[in-house]
Design a protein around this ligand. Structure first.
Ligand SMILES: Nc1ncnc2c1ncn2[C@@H]1O[C@H](COP(=O)(O)OP(=O)(O)OP(=O)(O)O)[C@@H](O)[C@H]1O
Ligand SMILES: [Mg+2]
Length: 343
């Protein structure tokens, strides 16, 4: 069976004045199956949002193809097109972007259904039913967005997306603006909604604690290239790309002493994606980089089922014993985070 979403060799360039070019996305490919969550993670500026916007057809890709349910996206076929209306939805980082401050929450929730031509009575029923699924108190439906906490606002934002029973929701940093308690509640909500409705998610985020709990698979994006893709468990337990290890270590080991002794240190900052040199995107920051890395882009290699890594030196990374501690510590932190949410 073919994947529900199939992204093939997506490239997005933004030409700048003076002939320079921002290489925001450089040949990204992945698939998402029905009911599955793929997380796209990476530092700020790695191209996550641009990938999301190209997939939704909100901007045109420079190269590459995107298929949803076997049909090609783009050229008028996007989330706003009649053919796909309600089948793909979007959730933003700021709930304010999906909630109109002058419209009551209940009305906002029903709006996508009105687009679909659903009558008032059915809409009202679906809104109340969705509010129950969201854990939104019924009285919240009569409130304006500003009268709700950030966490409840984001619940409503997710509600507005799920209410049409879409097959795919693209979530762009849905938890980044929230405090840890609200974040844990949203994570829990996303998992429950997926179990209930079988919705697939493309989760775009740099918040790895959310990723760990929500995703089936994770793709790590660096300077517009996917450097590693693996089942979630595998990526957190045994990352094989130096960048994945560095990214996890920076989140998992805030203690500088520990970081120095046990994890890969990435030098410097993520460079700007303007006129990138050839070779591996990490070559300038990687402790393993040699002459070949600076001239040749490493192709993705399948190291295990569903586990792909684009690094000439992944065997050296595999030989390092640095990840077990990270993982245990990460699990501990995340468990604490989630128990706060449940309480
Ligand atoms: N319209 C545009 N014109 C020029 N450059 C752009 C444009 N949109 C994005 N970029 C650049 O493309 C790169 C990728 O941006 P993008 O917003 O996709 O990153 P991101 O991974 O979503 O980052 P963040 O975590 O900060 O949201 C960045 O260097 C950004 O400055
Ligand atoms: Mg972004």
């Amino acid at each position: 069976m073919s994947a529900m979403l199939d992204v093939q060799n997506l490239v997005k360039l933004f030409p700048l004045a003076g002939g320079k070019v921002v290489q925001a996305v450089n040949g990204v490919s992945f698939t998402i199956n029905r009911g599955e969550t793929l997380s796209l993670v990476g530092e700020s500026g790695s191209g996550k949002t641009t990938v999301g916007r190209c997939i939704l057809g909100l901007i045109d890709a420079t190269e590459g193809d995107v298929y949803f349910d076997g049909e090609q996206m783009g050229r008028g076929r996007n989330i706003r097109s009649k053919a796909l209306r309600g089948r793909i939805q979007l959730v933003f980082q700021e709930p304010a972007e999906s909630l109109d401050p002058r419209i009551r929450i209940g009305e906002t929730l029903g709006e996508p259904l009105r687009y679909l031509g659903m009558n008032r009575a059915d809409r009202d029923r679906r809104v109340r039913d969705t509010a129950t699924h969201l854990g939104l108190p019924e009285r919240a439906l009569d409130r304006y967005p500003s009268e709700l906490s950030a966490g409840l606002q984001q619940r409503a934002g997710i509600g507005r997306a799920i209410i049409t029973r879409p097959e795919l929701i693209v979530l762009d940093e849905p938890t980044s603006a929230l405090d840890p308690t609200a974040r844990a509640e949203i994570v829990d909500l996303l998992i429950r909604l997926q179990a209930e409705f079988g919705t697939a998610y493309l989760l775009i985020t740099h918040d790895l604690s959310t990723v760990r709990f929500v995703s089936h698979r994770v793709a790590v994006l660096y300077l517009g290239s996917i450097v590693e893709e693996a089942p979630s468990e595998t990526l957190f337990a045994k990352p094989l790309h130096p960048y994945s290890v560095g990214l996890l270590a920076s989140v998992l080991l805030p203690d500088p002493e520990l970081t120095r002794s046990s994890a890969i240190q990435l030098e410097g900052e993520i460079p700007s994606p303007i006129d990138l040199p050839p070779g591996c995107p990490l070559a300038g920051r990687c402790p393993f980089a040699d002459a070949r890395c600076k001239t040749e882009q490493p192709p993705p290699v399948m190291v295990a089922p569903q586990h792909f890594v684009s690094c000439f030196h992944h065997a050296k990374v595999a030989a390092l014993d640095h990840t077990t501690d990270n993982f245990a510590r990460f699990q501990e932190d995340s468990t604490r985070l989630l128990s706060v949410g449940a309480g």
